[in-house]
Write a protein that binds this ligand. Structure first.
Ligand SMILES: Nc1ncnc2c1ncn2[C@@H]1O[C@H](COP(=O)(O)OP(=O)(O)OP(=O)(O)O)[C@@H](O)[C@H]1O
Ligand SMILES: [Mg+2]
Length: 691
């Protein structure tokens, strides 16, 4: 059924009906955290006045897991529910009447698909009576997917708000079956012409491009055009918003400053390098028509409701490794196009592709507008995904032998699609691998998880990550001293750590850093075959180097410039490594490597806050981050206890502190000392909640 035709709305009605009739619980699964958060806000606003309680479980800053039982509707990501099932929360599935799998085409996604698929099969196995609603606008083989789910296919082409699709070339949009439109704006760029044309008609615009850099360039170019049509009061509000986005701190990354500059002119860019709060602010202010145009990577595309009258798909090609520059999938185009013309915002919508030549115009019509979306295929055969889920199945007590695992896999889309793979031997190989690496052990005819295997599964890490950590900790234990660089590098060598791309221009500096750090490394190309590939090795070194700058208190701005990343990227790397350090600490405890735990804890806190070791005490105060803790330290407040007997007036003079915070800090310092000092225990709990 097309985008914006009310799929999610129908799901919501189905949940409400079921709650009223069955008094049971419902689960709504979204593929991305951002989408889950949007639906949470939406559902909560509408349903709580009716007495329906809505909870969110996406893995951070959310409802503690133990309270989930209190909600009628739980909105979650597949990863979160999967991890709940690993801690044997099967009560959750038994208490459900309906599960909604929104944007089910994500089953085709190499990273998220396997979890979604396994979870769906598991839910149906645990509770065969459950009603399943799987929704998507962009599946070529919907009948096949319905067959797998034993569901009835509902398909249609009706859209409450018409979406006109067309291709722009040479100052004219040619719409499919809907005539043409001459664009006569006096602008130098095509994107600007198409944007201003819509803004003059009081509509808003989304522009999809293929790289982060392009989102920024397009937004910058749009500023001088969009600013002309702003009303004086809008300018004022935008100025305030711009200040809010830039933040008040002294250290503002160039990307945030650029964003703040664009916002003043009613324009924003949106990509994964921004922090999630920046992205939320952009979306909120676009929804109230303060921001007029957003240029974005396609990450903004799935399922969100935004008031875009025109979606401009500027880049319909993207660089794919091994393929060079290739057309994006039709389904991706359709998701981007479908952001335009949403019923609660606009009377009509337009999706416009941009052609570079007359012949390309034809190609774009054929390939995107007149073509159906591609079929989705299971990605579960990926050995890394299968390894993780087989271990989880054994550790969760769901299966105990190869045959039972095979029987379970028969309920997956992978099996249903009959891809040409010998699944039984693939499963046997994985059992053998898990057994050899001591994740599982055999007792009679049955396999059980070892403590190491159970821990790996609970931590939600790839078994290969667990092996790298286990072997690395053993090597680290033999050293006289704990090495911060060695440990960070070890973790960048795990498949669960995102690594950075290395370009030719990085080589010289990286080689220098690598040779300086070499003596500290635990894993080297000599003892780790995977690091034999020079670029892989340098990618791990580059990521280590970024983290190293972060914990040495290098300015965020300088790190972003040096590594050509955004603040959101620093956060993403730091978050991943923080989690892996938590995993390492629990592994060190498991293997009784006591001398490593304090080094691991300290490093985890340094990564969490981006501070040197000397700030680890003072940074524990609430309301104090890497910048304020440095100011406090440099003004003589080196430990929390140094604040106990100071005066608020004196403390308020420390830069970035101020009177109100000064009072609060003194109060905190005089509170029972243990509460702020038990940070590592708190962090452990907090991180455990993430799983
Ligand atoms: N038939 C309709 N009547 C009134 N409002 C509708 C109708 N269909 C959808 N809406 C409203 O339009 C908006 C978009 O609907 P919804 O998000 O359910 O679309 P969708 O099919 O899930 O789109 P997508 O494929 O992008 O996820 C929602 O606010 C919804 O309440
Ligand atoms: Mg939807």
């Amino acid at each position: 059924v097309p985008t914006a035709s009310g799929k999610t709305l129908i799901a919501e009605l189905c949940l409400v009906k079921s709650i009223l009739e069955n008094q049971k619980r419902c689960l709504y699964i979204a593929p991305l955290k951002a989408l889950a958060s949007e639906k949470y806000k939406d559902f909560k606003k509408r349903l709580e006045p009716l007495g329906i309680q809505v909870g969110l479980a996406i893995g951070d800053a959310d409802t503690p897991t133990k309270n989930l039982g209190n909600y009628h509707i739980i909105i979650a990501t597949a990863e979160k529910v999967d991890s709940l099932l690993r801690s044997k929360a099967t009560w959750l599935i038994h208490s459900l009447s309906v599960v909604v799998l929104d944007e089910i085409h994500f089953i085709d996604d190499g990273t998220r698909g396997p979890t979604l698929e396994i979870l769906t099969a598991r839910i149906k196995q645990l509770n065969p009576d459950i009603q399943v609603l799987a929704l998507s606008a962009t599946i070529g083989n919907a009948q096949q997917l319905a067959g797998w789910l034993k569901a009835e296919l509902v398909s249609g082409s009706w859209r409450p708000i018409p979406l006109k699709e067309g291709v722009y070339y040479n100052q004219r949009i040619t719409f499919d079956k809907a005539g043409t439109r001459l664009i006569s704006e006096e602008e130098s760029e095509d994107v600007n012409m198409l944007t201003i044309d819509t803004l003059r008609g009081k509509g808003q615009v989304l522009i999809f491009v293929n790289s982060r850099r392009s989102t920024q360039a397009v937004a910058r170019n749009l500023c001088h055009s969009v600013t002309k049509i702003l009303a004086p009061e809008e300018r004022q509000k935008l100025m305030a918003l711009s200040k809010k986005i830039a933040g008040t701190q002294a250290d503002v990354a160039k990307m945030s400053r650029q964003l703040a500059d664009c916002i003043q002119h009613g324009v924003a860019f949106h990509h994964a390098g921004l922090t999630s709060s920046q992205r939320e602010l952009i979306e909120e202010n676009f929804k109230i028509n303060l921001i007029k145009a957003i240029s974005s990577t396609p990450t903004l595309a799935a399922g969100v409701n935004l008031p875009a009258r025109r979606a401009i798909i500027r880049d319909c090609k993207r660089f794919e490794s091994g393929l060079g520059s290739a057309y994006i999938p039709t389904s991706e185009y359709k998701q981007c196009a479908g952001r335009a013309g949403r019923p609660q915002y606009d009377p009509f919508g337009e999706a416009v592709l941009i052609a570079k030549s007359l012949s390309e115009q034809e190609t774009l019509f054929d390939r995107f507008i007149h073509s159906p979306p591609e079929p989705v295929t299971s990605k579960l055969a990926n050995p890394s995904a299968l390894r993780m889920h087989i271990l989880a199945s054994i550790a969760g007590g769901y299966v105990n032998d190869i045959n039972a695992m095979f029987e379970f896999i028969k309920h997956t889309f992978l099996y249903y699609q009959r891809q040409h793979i010998d699944l039984l031997s693939l499963i046997s190989d994985i059992f053998e691998f898990l057994s050899k690496e001591k994740f599982i052990e055999r007792s009679g005819m049955r396999y059980f998880a070892t403590a190491f295997g159970a821990q790996t599964s609970r931590l939600y890490i790839d078994p290969v990550t667990a092996i790298v950590i286990r072997n690395g900790l053993t090597l680290m234990e033999k050293r006289a001293e704990f090495s911060v660089v060695g440990m960070m590098h070890l973790l960048t060598c795990t498949p669960d750590c995102p690594t950075m791309n290395v370009g030719k221009k990085d080589l010289e500096e990286l080689e220098k850093y690598a040779s300086g750090a070499f003596d500290e490394l635990v894993l080297t190309p000599q003892n780790t075959p995977e690091l034999d590939d020079y670029f892989t090795y340098l990618a791990t070194m580059k990521t280590t180097w970024l983290l190293h700058h972060w914990i040495e208190e290098e300015k965020e701005e300088a790190i972003c410039d040096k590594f050509n990343v955004g603040p959101g990227d620093i956060f993403r790397h730091a978050e991943a490594v923080q989690w892996l350090l938590y995993a390492s600490t629990t592994m060190a405890e498991l293997f009784r490597q006591k001398q490593l735990t304090s080094g691991l804890n300290d490093l985890r806190n340094r990564i969490r806050y981006g501070v040197k070791e000397e700030l680890l005490d003072i940074v524990k105060l609430r309301g104090v981050g890497r910048i304020r803790s440095r100011f406090l330290f440099d003004h003589g407040f080196k430990r929390i206890q140094d604040l106990k007997n100071t005066s608020a007036d004196f403390l308020a003079n420390v830069p970035s502190i101020g009177k109100a915070l000064a009072k609060d800090l003194i109060k905190q310092a005089n509170e029972k000392p243990t509460s702020s000092q038990s940070l590592s225990a708190d962090l452990g709990k907090e991180l455990a909640d993430l799983v």
